[in-house]
Design a protein around this ligand. Structure first.
Ligand code: SF4
Ligand code: SF4
Length: 370
């Protein structure tokens, strides 16, 4: 067996033992993360990547108005959130024509500490890339590159040579201005398994130059089936294997339900930002209720989602999800960074406290419908 596969299965076996023991002892390890909120400013994308659920999703493809975004931020701040993750579930922040207004709003808000996002980097022009470099609270920017040359880019994204050239131009601009950046830069690349190791294209040569400047591109090899939305037929002709995580050991509620909830571009609040393009984990809608009533221990939809996973009942998107993290498992990264944990009751107490704090703030924040 391949050594890395062997190592992974040994690690999974150990995690399984740890999960079972902690579950038996009632030791719940819910991460204490009270400051980060996911807001999807746009659910639109300009690419149609064959391994992504974007093309097949049924939910509306829209961008938030600036006023609605501002309202979300105020409500979130009222609950103690000071950092914002703007990466859409599927989509790209730059599809929102007013995204720089939203960045400015975050920059100007005295209570906001930081924000971050991923982008396919094929949409902004040079002046927008330059503007990114002046943003002070943008702490992390991740550029996701699909394909390793023009042919694989087009085969994967279904886009055109013009779009590929814009990616190349933007990477060049970023490289040229790298010394001015104030954010942590990550570059991720997803392409076919048969991609050559040597730089054979302009994009790959640029990635080498980023590597020389200390930005090490990471290659991802796992392609998830997005709750059954993506199949092997979608990537036919490409050396890509679409997998399902149905066989992954899942016991106990997923830690992401307590840390990675998301306000979607429609105003729906979803229990998780990771894989659920059609909001099957929906716990509320900001058009019907304020945020503190949705992210609340008194919200039956939210609590039911946690309880059903505690009983071992996982909805389709969670069954196939490879981001699942049991609340009975302490990840190595969390061990290392000294993360704090609480049990589910402790989590509910914190939410209740945040809700009480937000109650006063909400009285002055007007509800705005996009
Ligand atoms: S993978 Fe990203 S860039 Fe590609 S279609 Fe999906 S959301 Fe868009
Ligand atoms: S299993 Fe996946 S989709 Fe479900 S809550 Fe966890 S991370 Fe989100």
């Amino acid at each position: 067996m391949n050594p890395s596969v062997l190592a992974k299965s040994a690690k999974n076996a150990l995690s399984r033992v740890e999960i079972d023991i902690n579950r038996m002892l009632g030791r719940e390890l819910v991460p204490v993360e009270t400051t980060i909120l996911n807001i999807e400013t746009s659910s639109l994308c300009n690419l149609e990547c064959v391994f992504c659920a974007y093309v097949k999703k049924q939910s509306p493809k829209v961008s938030m108005t600036d006023a609605f975004f501002q309202n979300c931020v105020e409500q979130a701040f009222g609950m103690g959130f000071t950092q914002f993750e703007l990466t859409p579930c599927t989509g790209d922040v730059f599809m929102d024509r007013h995204i720089f207004n939203k960045f400015q709003l975050l920059e100007d808000h005295a209570g906001v500490e930081a924000y971050r996002f991923f982008t396919n980097f094929t949409i902004p022009n040079r002046s927008k890339v330059e503007r990114l470099l002046s943003l002070k609270k943008l702490k992390n920017l991740t550029v996701s590159i699909y394909g390793h040359d023009l042919a694989s880019f087009i085969a994967i994204t279904k886009a055109t040579e013009t779009v590929y050239n814009r990616l190349v131009a933007n990477l060049k601009t970023l490289l040229e201005l790298l010394d001015r950046k104030q954010f942590n830069l990550d570059i991720g690349i997803r392409t076919t398994n048969d991609a050559p190791r040597k730089p054979v294209s302009e994009v790959m040569e640029l990635l080498e130059r980023f590597r020389e400047r200390g930005v090490r591109p990471r290659r991802a090899h796992v392609y998830n089936n997005w709750g059954g939305y993506v199949t092997q037929a979608d990537v036919a002709g490409l050396d890509i294997a679409v997998t399902s995580a149905d066989a992954m050991y899942k016991r106990g509620a997923c830690a992401h339900l307590f840390t990675t909830y998301q306000i979607m571009a429609t105003g729906i609040v979803n229990g998780c930002a990771c894989r659920d393009v059609d909001a099957s984990l929906r716990i509320g809608d900001l058009h019907d209720a304020p945020l503190h009533k949705i992210l609340s221990p008194d919200n039956p939809a939210y609590m039911a989602l946690i309880e059903e996973q505690q009983r071992g009942e996982f909805r389709a998107v969670c069954k196939s999800c490879d981001y699942y993290k049991s609340i009975y498992h302490m990840r190595m990264s969390r061990r290392k960074d000294g993360s704090q944990f609480q049990n589910i009751e402790g989590f509910k107490d914190r939410l209740r406290e945040a809700g009480t704090q937000a109650e006063a703030g909400f009285a002055v924040a007007e509800k705005v419908v996009p």
